[in-house]
Design a protein around this ligand. Structure first.
Ligand SMILES: O=C(O)C(=O)COP(=O)(O)O
Length: 307
């Protein structure tokens, strides 16, 4: 036996099957609570999770034999990476499994925004047939700025190929990554030239609230903004102000500063957000498709071989 893994979240059954083939004993308990996990985790070598709860210091301390945390998804922001490093606990994730889902979701939002799908759909349901007020834009000839050129950002760039746009990408931690899909450039160039801004960076202490009033101020007027990364990277009030001033023509937000109800409804910006016809909202499902559900688990199980 290779060790014992506790699955605490909804992972595709293929993860357990593949892990067992590698010699692991696997307990698949998707409904387990954090308190219950704390009580049993000492008996495990690995934990497999999505974003149900934080894998923080307290949880890892309760697991003296923990060798790895397998994150069935991309973002590691719900894991205390510094403490895991200190303890030599390996972190595995599976962005290869949902990069296409995120890229396609971001594209879907962008195409919907530039063609006013949301507004037009609502109007027709309310008996309004307004062709002039629902004239859209085309992507062709525009410049799309991608912040973060990892699995997600490069997926978005690939999805954009064929739309005859110029794609500029900035990644703080990478250089020399220009490829057939995107041209590497500085943050300043993105800010100066972009008609579309799409975020594909992780949430870290550096990126928290990065997109604020000051950041948006320097962009051109009439940009479209897409966030499929993490809500806390963005100051929602600044985005709403930019929509009001006409700087942002439309925003597609799959992630929000505060997610889930009732907490979301309690935010002082929520009423304005939900009433804006220039905003498209989805409940953090960009990376969560029927296809990625399986792919994420396969990728993650394959990576168990690295342990
Ligand atoms: O893969 C990611 O980073 C995601 O945001 C997906 O979130 P989830 O694991 O579905 O809660």
């Amino acid at each position: 036996m290779n060790g014992k893994i506790l699955i605490v979240d909804d992972l595709h059954p293929v993860f357990k099957i593949m892990a067992e083939q590698l010699g692991y004993e696997v307990d698949d308990l998707p409904l387990i609570t954090r308190a219950e996990t704390l009580a049993v985790i000492s008996g495990y070598d690995g934990i497999a999770v999505r974003t149900k709860f934080k894998i923080d210091r307290e949880l890892m301390e309760a697991a003296p034999g923990l060798k790895f945390v397998a994150r069935a998804g991309a973002g590691l922001d719900n894991i205390d990476e510094a403490y895991a490093k200190e303890r030599n606990i390996k972190l595995l994730n599976a962005p290869e499994g949902n990069r296409d889902a995120v890229g396609e979701h971001a594209m879907g939002m962008l195409l919907s925004l530039i063609n006013t799908h949301r507004k037009a759909d609502m109007e027709i349901r309310n008996g309004i047939w307004d062709r002039e007020g629902n004239r859209g834009w085309e992507l062709k000839g525009k410049t799309v700025g991608i912040i973060g050129y990892g699995f997600m950002g490069s997926s978005m760039a690939r999805k954009l190929s064929g739309f005859e746009v110029k794609v500029l990408a900035y990644d703080k931690y990478k250089t020399g990554f220009s490829d057939a899909y995107a041209q590497e450039c500085s943050m300043e160039e993105i800010v100066k030239h972009s008609d579309v801004l799409s975020l594909h960076i992780p949430l870290t202490s550096e990126t928290r609230q990065m997109v604020d009033e000051e950041y948006l101020y320097h962009f051109k007027k009439n940009i479209f903004f897409i966030n499929t990364a993490r809500g806390e990277i963005v100051n929602t009030k600044a985005v709403l102000a930019a929509i009001k001033s006409g700087k942002i023509l439309g925003a597609g937000l799959d992630v929000l500063e505060v997610e889930k109800f009732p907490a979301l409804a309690e935010q002082d910006w929520f009423t304005e957000l939900k009433e804006s016809e220039k905003v498209i909202l989805t409940p953090h499902v960009g990376g969560w498709t029927f296809d990625s559900y399986r792919k994420i688990s396969e990728v993650l199980a394959d990576k168990l071989e690295q342990i």
